[in-house]
Design a protein around this ligand. Sequence first.
Ligand code: AMO
Length: 430
Amino acid sequence: MKRVWIRELAEKKEQEVLLKGWIYKMKSFGKFAFVFLRDKTGIVQLVVEDEELIKELKLEMAVTIEGTVFKNERAPEGVEIRVRTMEILGKTYYELLPFSINQREINAALETQLDHRTIGLRRPDKRAVFKIQGEIVEAFRTYLRGYGFSEIHTPKIVASGTEGGSELFTVNYFETRAFLAQSPQFYKQMMVGAGFESVFEVGHAYRAELHNTWRHLNEYVSLDVEMGFIEDENDLMDLEEGFMRFLFQHLNNTCSRELEMFGIVLPEIPKIPRIPLGEVQRILLEEYDKKSPIGNIDAEGEILFSKYVKEKYQSDFVFLTKYPAAKRPMYAMPDDELIGMTKSFDLIYKGLEITTGGQRIHDYEMLKQNIIKFGANPDDFDFYLESFKYGMPPHGGFAIGLERITMKILDLENIRESTLFPRDLNRIVP
Ligand code: AMO
């Protein structure tokens, strides 16, 4: 017999079926038991009448069963299965489960859940996060391919940092020292110059940041975009705004069950306001008496400003524009009008930065001078600078943090909840 998914059972009434999955819950009455079987698509009630077998069963064993489907309005999926045969496929070797898989409340701290990630993900609600995350990536690919972007895969072992500062992991690379890529920044720009014109990448990024916070990881997945022949940074914000609308629709179409588990309704996205950073800082000071660091806003500022935008514009999103050059990497294009500022932006969503982007310097001489201005040696960036010698078009791009956007869509409190195996200051296993 061919295996049937639990989600398909409603259409199989009165039929013999073969199911595979794990034992989710049991209610034993001695001579018979209600056993709830879970596969990746759902949960179904089984009626087992073999007394000897019932004694052997333990939660989370992997089993296969054959039986007949009967209508039962009170059971999940509206059906139950009278089991004819059941075979144990995967035995269990535990005294007590580390926490509950089948109760609404998970009686364990996040750290304990992460220590036992595999068994923790047996919970349908924990796994749902990653179904949604998978669909975010799917939407990203579909949307950009629709605009003619090419997918690229760039190296993660690299010779230099891209984002400035000291947040680099060092790798022994034979006789020399190399680094783990902080972002595909240089390579995505180089591929625009190579003639692909517009590219995207879904790849890992590494940051040796010493932050252990609810929103920082040391390894995260970056959804990167780079586009040639732009007019200015507004083309990029238009593209990202369109993506957010496409994404919400895609998730509503593909993940309605999963969104429901979190009580999330994804609304229509109104026009996303674009507000210069200087103005944002002024509003924070005037409205909330909140001082900001020079050339940026801090985590509290992001939360307060999101609140302001929600009230004033009914938007969960806001673009912060025109960041000062001193606070942006050396590749950021200076603004035409505001001296000392750049054509760059951040996208804040429900109080958290989920994107940085902007127009880049595309003129070879200008980029070289900027590298020197930043106190670096252009010779160290030869491989990057070379692309700019052969007619680099005006271009720019952005990057979305995958775990951050997942977390905010689902209103999760900690970024580790939207990371399969988080890497942070204290965690490198599992
Ligand atoms: P930036 O460094 O701002 O920009 O990173 C872009 C986005 O990546 C996510 N992100 C992180 N997520 C989790 N943990 C971290 N430690 C972390 N660091 C960054 C955030 C952030 O908005 N090259 C530029 C992008 C560009 O201009 O195209 C860059 O990397 O969501």
